[in-house]
Design a protein around this ligand. Sequence first.
Ligand code: MG
Length: 390
Amino acid sequence: MRRLAILGSTGSIGEQTLAVVGEFPERFSVAALAAGRNVDKLAEQVRQFRPALVSVGTDEGAHALRERLGAEAPEIAVGEAGLLEVATAPADLVVAGLVGAVGLPPTLAAIRAGRDIALANKEVLVMAGALVLREVQRHGVELLPVDSEHSAIFQALAGQRREDLAKIVLTASGGPFRTWSQSEIEEATTAQALAHPNWDMGPKITIDSASLANKGLEVIEARWLFDAPPEAIDVVVHPQSIVHSLVEFVDGSVLAQLGLPDMKIPIALALSHPERLPLDAPRLDLAAVGRLDFETPDTKRFPCLELAFDALRGGEAAPAVFNAANEISVAAFLEDRIGFGAIARTNGAVLAKFLSGSQGQAPLGSVDDVLEVDAWARREARTLLGGSAL
Ligand code: MG
């Protein structure tokens, strides 16, 4: 029986993780759950999975949860301290399913407590890849990718010698604006950006998929997960989302992992590794799919992808800047305060300012260094957005 602690249990990854747990109750138990504001859904999860500990975002949330659950209520923790409690609760595997920078401190705490990590919260590696990997090695824990692309690469690399790896190729669906003109993209609405053609995901990552910022974040994530320099990472647009990524070896041989676009598959693998679970899910029928298309990403229409490579080449701290600026600009877009095109312009302007300054190349020694850079980039992005010149 593998005991799980789930950070972000009411989000897209958390819900799908619990769906897998529900299908295999003899293999997994739920030790602890952390959610933010969705008290109704958390109460349902507590009734079904009986964790000993949960965490919610606020004191009001904790009060509401206690009222809903009465005598059935587990121990309830609150806020950032609550996330840390859930991350370090007695468990075998912590599912890092939060979105954004908020997931960094609890994920690091889980690693330091010796927990294996199923990582969906890519910002953890984007912000602090070098630091996180040092801690992973120091504590001898496993870091299992949940992101479909990284799960594909992880699978393609299994049993291979690292020195034989020549290149990693991440596939990108291209998102809802793949065939749109630059001016159409500029004017895109939130509803249009939220309508992803293949994947059912949370709002932040769906917007990032439309701008290709998500692929940029994934490039940075891959750099750390697979110890690959930026020049050994490529992106190819593949609208069907059947080939989830590829690995090229020094002899020119290429291995890929294929499947229908269903997050349950990589989630289940991260939960059960090195075993595989007999999932009750539709199977890939290649004859029914008919054809698989591939194209070069257009960084003119989707500048966020190139910005991520710039950040990766710009020293240890620059990816955190790109990520923080993007979190602020995407939030502004989701609140209808800026147009879609302003997301990339904001990210680019903040990153350029950082890279031209003196702080650019300094390595990240601690989480505080990371959070300082993160806070700086957020302030810069807010200032730019407030100025409305974008
Ligand atoms: Mg992905």
